[in-house]
Design a protein around this ligand. Structure first.
Ligand code: CA
Ligand code: CA
Length: 302
């Protein structure tokens, strides 16, 4: 019987048969991925600096750029949204960006919306050599959504928005940017509702909107009330980018990548305790972190 025959094969023999099958069918064989976790003696998570820019949101970080924007930050703290999942009940009413020329541009939201985020992310999404600013905007009517901003005609304007959850007090956490489908253009990866059944979603910018590329459930990159947003990472895997993310309980790490248009989990490793810090880059494809049991550890993708 076929299944009984496979049961007697070694993993190397099974891999060889899979490779032969891929060659016969003309498909590129997917590289095997493994995750390895080791305890380390010491890991001190980076400390967030105190606010330094005028009217800067508490707990937030200034983003520094090398293209047309020198820096961007969240400002004009307000209690008008009242969700309070990012360390306190203060959110930002304004996004400010300082051009390399020194001129500061301000985008001010209407009273029913805030920037529910702790860092504006500078990235050249459309490869025109100028920065886009990606930040989470939340409104009473829509809940959280992903917004993309940039300079146009001397003003800081919203260029695109999407991924709105559809109700207030539902949040999403950006993971990062990568070319996940290998088409040469960057996509945006987020975890939607990380506290209540997190779903990893990958979007591409499509004009003024965002188009969903793929999604996969049961992951979380944020603990309720925490100011740490960096529990997921983007890394290069073969001919495209992939994601390293915790599962919903945050006591495993998993590798997600697009396979045949779907987001697939390629590897998973137990941590022994829930993740209690962000993933800090160390050696190539290695990240250090702290666990809730007090141990420090690092994970490597092989
Ligand atoms: Ca750009
Ligand atoms: Ca792409």
């Amino acid at each position: 019987m076929l299944t009984a025959s496979f049961a007697r094969l070694t993993p190397a023999q099974i891999a060889a048969i899979a490779l032969l099958g891929a060659v016969i069918t003309g498909q590129r064989p997917a590289a095997a991925v493994e995750l390895e976790v080791r305890k380390v003696a010491v890991f001190d998570p980076p400390v967030v600096a105190a606010p330094v820019m005028p009217d800067q949101l508490p707990h937030s970080r200034v983003a520094h750029g090398t293209r047309d924007l020198a820096r961007a930050w969240l400002a004009a703290p307000t209690r008008r949204y009242g969700h309070a999942v990012l360390g306190d009940d203060l959110e930002a009413g304004e996004l400010r960006a300082q051009m390399q020329s020194g001129r500061t541009l301000v985008a001010r939201l209407s009273d029913d919306c805030v920037f529910e985020d702790l860092v504006p992310r500078l990235v050249d999404l459309d490869a025109d050599g100028r920065d886009e600013v990606v930040v989470v905007q939340s409104c009473h009517s829509t809940g959280a959504m992903i917004t993309v901003w940039g300079e146009a005609n001397g003003r800081l304007v919203r260029k695109a928005a999407g991924g709105a959850i559809g109700m207030a007090n539902r949040w999403l956490n950006p993971i990062g940017f990568g070319d996940f489908n290998g088409d040469g253009r960057l996509e945006i990866a987020v975890v939607q509702t990380p506290h209540i059944g997190g779903v990893v979603k990958i979007y591409r910018v499509d004009g003024a909107t965002l188009a969903l590329v793929a999604k996969r459930g049961h992951y979380s990159t944020h603990a309720l009330g925490s100011t740490e947003l960096g529990l997921g990472q983007v890394f290069r895997l073969g001919h495209a980018d992939a994601l390293l993310v915790p599962d919903q309980e945050r006591d495993h790490l998993a590798v997600l990548a697009l396979r045949d248009g779907r987001l697939a989990e390629l590897a998973r490793v137990p941590l022994g305790a829930p993740l209690a810090s962000g993933l800090a880059p160390g050696a190539p494809r290695t990240w250090r972190f702290r666990l809730a049991d007090g141990h420090a550890a690092e994970v490597s993708v092989r």
